[in-house]
Design a protein around this ligand. Sequence first.
Ligand code: ADP
Ligand code: ASP
Ligand code: MG
Length: 408
Amino acid sequence: MKFGGTSVANLERMRVAASYVKEEVDRGNEVIVIVSAMAGETNKLVETVNSVSPYFDAREYDAVVSSGENVTAGILALILQDMRIPARSWQGWQVPITTTSSHSSAQIMDIATDNLNAKFQEGLKVAVVAGFQGISQENRTTTLGRGGSDLTAVAFAAKFDCERCDIFTDVDGIYTADPRIVFKARKLNRIAYDEMLELASLGAKVLQTRSVQMAMAHQVPVYVRSSFSRKPGTLVCNEDEKMENRTISGIAHSRDEAKISIISVADRPGVAATIFGALSDKGINVDMIVQNISESGRTDITFSCPIEHAPIAKKSLLDAKKDNLANFKDIVLDLEVCKVSVVGIGMRSQSGVAAKMFAILANEGINIKVISTSEIKISVLVDRKYMELAVQALHDKFELHANRITPK
Ligand code: ADP
Ligand code: ASP
Ligand code: MG
């Protein structure tokens, strides 16, 4: 059972969380509970680190930002003990959860089971584990990337062969679009791992992308539900026939994107490799890429990346030019864009989705700046000021509020 930030936001919410845990214990289950920091706490810690130095030591950043989870783990264990439930807390290093050393985006390498299992054997009913953190081979605390408690939860479920992984959050499941933007968004009873993976990686932060990858790889059934209501949630699982009947399952958006155009680069073998090599050396997460038709041996290349990567991207391109690795005329940054995507496994067998999507956006007077597609998604970059309008129009015209969805 994993409780996100809003589900452990204060003592009152933690008592509610504890009551959900108690229900499972009363059913005779042993429970591993993964907790996030209290809502807003991790952001505050990040701000504090940034205020000390924007060029921080990543190891100390992790030491600080992982601390919010330690507090909630201890307090929830105390609340459970107060309810006469045998419970204790574990921090990442105590389990231990061993990870790679890539601070702030570490990967889980292993989770030891001995310590927890020994305590369960002695009669422990609930192990409360601080999410989002682990320990590197250098014996330093690491964090798993924002939203990383989801990953901790799925990884524990896989490692301990748990019956289920329940993710308690502030919405009662996965919707056809972010319910905070689309009022008419509909809750899905089930969603395929593939679709959830696309939705998450395209901006639907209800589950961290890597947690969905892990769930898919280890076949962990993930049940997303609310700690604020008793309504049934959404099961993330393998696809079934019913799911294939719907062309589109959801709309995702990602607000803070940047579009970078490199003007007039030589159109010959090796140029793109040099440019994107320079970007990847700096760890820039390049997303969509388009290259224009070449005129007189020169062309323009446009790509998108998260907005916070844009300044470093520009600098690394200018450095590459200075070192005579890449020759281009100019770089143009557009920091006012966002990405809107439609996702659905039914797209594999249905044509016409792209045409319909572009027509809907055109009808709203929204200009498309960059397009990218995969087997089960179409993404476009549009001006940020149109984000809500684009998401709502697509949701409406693809009739996602209704139960059966077929493109006209
Ligand atoms: P937690 O703190 O519990 O981990 P998050 O804030 O990370 O919660 O994720 C829950 C949020 O995800 C919701 O409040 C909702 O605004 C957002 N969200 C985005 N897309 C979707 C979607 N398709 N379905 C449900 N929630 C979504
Ligand atoms: N507290 C961490 C964050 O805010 C991890 C999480 O909540 O999943 O990113
Ligand atoms: Mg989250």
